[in-house]
Design a protein around this ligand. Structure first.
Ligand code: ADP
Ligand code: MG
Length: 604
């Protein structure tokens, strides 16, 4: 191809390299004859004729041509004036040049309409301009652009204006994925669907001060509160995503739909809602969260709703006493609940809502049999009129959970709140190497001073906890408490209370505290000893970065860790790096040959 620089050269080139086209009507006339074009017709078709430039200029009105070129220039895409180093800008420019050349190089086309009818004359160049160029030049805002092309965003629409696409976008915005058939759309806010009674609404928005539902609350509430069919529900969402209120609110909504029961009936029929959770701490935390709502509800709406908990560590006498005034919501660990049922401390004839919270953890802790026993017992002892529903929540979906869902739930709605999107907790993960526990301790001391309390330090053995706590108290100014399974229930509750209230700054804990516990504002989690399973690691670090706050998780490894676990950890740290600041130290990589293997992988 010749070098073409100017429009004129392009024009000339087009004549030099192209034959003038044969008139189409003549060609068709010839082709349409049955046996192909006859010689006569072909003979009549004029041969292409080459014209000199002068001849051409005579035939065409050059002046008019130039004016048209000017007009074309006007409507061509807006040129990016300044070369900037973005590749796509340069590409756009090149494309634009090509565009304009090809447009300019053709001979003038004779339209079959008058020039006066040409709507191009009033053409607004902004519409044909490349979007990226316009945005860069600030000629148009992104929002305006989106709404002119795509219509209003769902947040700007009324409920009746919402179409299928809006609902899809809303689900994407909150990373909500559902299956199970006839799934209701998520709530756009607390009020809109009129599911939540006014008194409860007021408590959630004004007293708890949660102006908007979290994604798991948005999808759970409309799906489980339909009075025609109280559906079963399986929700998968990471820790800190607001699962507790996602089931407490529906429990209260359902309760509010029937008249309050006198104490005698409560004792005779048992609770309306049963919530199972894997650990004592979690049970108590759910009770506290539920009572935040029910206490105000009882006071302001006279709906007396009693929440009782049953956990190991409480004697049967204590349990019996706490049930003596009846209960509406019972929160329990599976083992202790079975004890209480076997000892006839309570009946469960009217359980409308059965909730399995942290189902994966319950399975991990070996409660599968107890859970299924309870599921069966509740069904057997229920009044036939009770239309019971089961809600199950878990941070991870496992085969056992699917099995339980298939065996004990009726056509549940499955909802997953994505972890890859905005809802991933904002945790910086750091893995550091230290030669031995002494070095680890030195590192630990220098680390904790850089972070604001509350801080949680995880260890694997209770002996380590005692040793570490003692040294820590001696060598720093920080106050420390310990939480592990060998402590009595009272001691554990006391530890948590001290930590929650800020009277101690550091909590040293085993895996007991790893799941489900919600201690607000934990800025740092240290794995002084790394957990033996990656799942536990994930739950441990999930104690920080809760409720959209940023957190840090530092793990100290010393070469004694399991190599497979370390590789899994490396993968996890690499993959989950929402703040783009994770560190997996060279020392740790070397110790576990993580880098070397990488190099091998690259050779091909
Ligand atoms: P999960 O059970 O999913 O781990 P929680 O139910 O413990 O999470 O909730 C985590 C935190 O978020 C709690 O402190 C809770 O009070 C808070 N929370 C719950 N719902 C909302 C909401 N709608 N808006 C803001 N914060 C909320
Ligand atoms: Mg929870």
């Amino acid at each position: 191809m010749p070098d073409i620089e100017t429009v004129q050269e392009a024009e000339e080139a087009s004549y030099r390299y192209m034959a003038r086209p044969v008139d189409v009507s003549q060609l068709i006339a010839g082709m349409n004859k049955k046996n192909g074009p006859d010689k006569d017709t072909l003979g009549k078709i004029k041969k292409p004729k080459f014209l000199s430039k002068q001849e051409r200029l005579k035939q065409e009105d050059l002046k008019e041509n130039k004016e048209e070129l000017k007009l074309k220039k006007k409507i061509l895409p807006v040129k990016v004036e300044q070369e900037n180093d973005e590749d796509d800008t340069r590409l756009n420019e090149e494309n634009e040049k090509k565009d304009s050349l090809s447009k300019q190089s053709g001979s003038k086309f004779q339209f079959s309409w008058n020039e006066g009818e040409d709507t191009l004359a009033g053409y607004n160049p902004i519409v044909s301009a490349k979007v990226s160029a316009l945005l860069r030049r600030g000629q148009i805002s992104k929002v305006a652009l989106e709404s002119s092309y795509m219509g209003k965003h769902w947040t700007e629409k009324s409920l009746s204006e919402m179409n299928g696409r809006d609902w899809r976008i809303l689900r994407e915005d909150f990373a909500i994925v559902t299956k199970g058939g006839a799934v209701e759309n998520p709530m756009r806010d607390w009020e809109e669907l009129n599911i939540i009674p006014r008194d409860l609404l007021h408590i959630v928005i004004h007293q708890l001060q949660f102006p908007l539902p979290t994604p798991i609350q948005r999808i759970t509430i409309p799906n489980v509160c339909n009075a025609k069919q109280y559906r079963d529900f399986l929700g998968v969402a990471s820790t800190g995503s607001g699962k507790t209120l996602a089931f407490i609110i529906p429990v209260l909504i359902r309760m509010s739909r029937s008249s309050p029961r006198p104490t005698s009936l409560k004792i005779m029929d048992g609770p309306k809602a049963l919530i199972l959770a894997p650990t004592r701490e979690l049970v108590q935390q759910i009770q506290v969260e539920a009572e935040k709502v029910t206490k105000i509800w009882s006071r302001e709406s006279n709906y007396d709703c009693r929440v009782v908990s049953i956990v190991g560590g409480h004697s049967l006498e204590e349990i019996s006493y706490s049930l003596s005034e009846g209960c509406d919501i019972l929160v329990a660990t599976p083992g202790r609940l079975i004890d209480s049922l076997e000892n006839h401390l309570l009946v469960m004839k009217q359980v409308e809502t059965l909730v399995l919270d942290e189902a994966d953890k319950m399975i991990d802790l070996g409660f599968e049999d107890q859970v299924t026993t309870i599921l069966t017992k509740v069904d057997v002892s229920a009044d036939s009129a009770t239309n019971r529903q089961t809600l199950m929540f878990t941070a991870t979906m496992t085969p056992v959970i699917e099995k339980i869902a298939a065996g004990y739930m009726r056509k549940p709605v499955y909802a997953t709140i994505g972890v890859d999107t905005g809802s991933e907790p904002l945790i910086q993960q750091i893995v550091e190497y230290a030669d031995n526990e002494e070095q680890k301790f030195k590192k630990l001391k220098s680390i904790v001073t850089k972070y604001e309390p509350p801080i949680i330090i995880f260890i694997n053995y209770k002996q380590t906890a005692d040793w570490l706590a003692e040294r820590f108290q001696k060598e720093t100014n920080m106050r420390v408490t310990i939480l592990h399974g060998s402590k009595s229930q009272e001691q554990r509750e006391h530890s948590l209370q001290l930590f929650r209230s800020g009277r101690v700054q550091v909590m040293i804990a085993t895996n007991v505290a790893a799941r489900g516990l919600d201690i607000p504002n934990v800025s740092l989690v240290v794995n002084f000893q790394i957990s033996k399973k990656i799942d536990d690691y994930i739950h441990r670090i999930g104690r920080t970065g809760r409720a959209a706050k940023k957190g840090t998780a530092i793990s100290l490894v010393d070469g004694a860790e399991d190599e497979t676990l370390m590789r899994e950890l490396y993968k996890y740290v690499k993959k989950h790096d929402p703040l783009d600041n994770n560190i997996f130290s060279g020392g740790a990589k070397n110790k576990y040959n993580i880098n070397k293997e990488q190099k091998n992988e690259i050779i091909y």
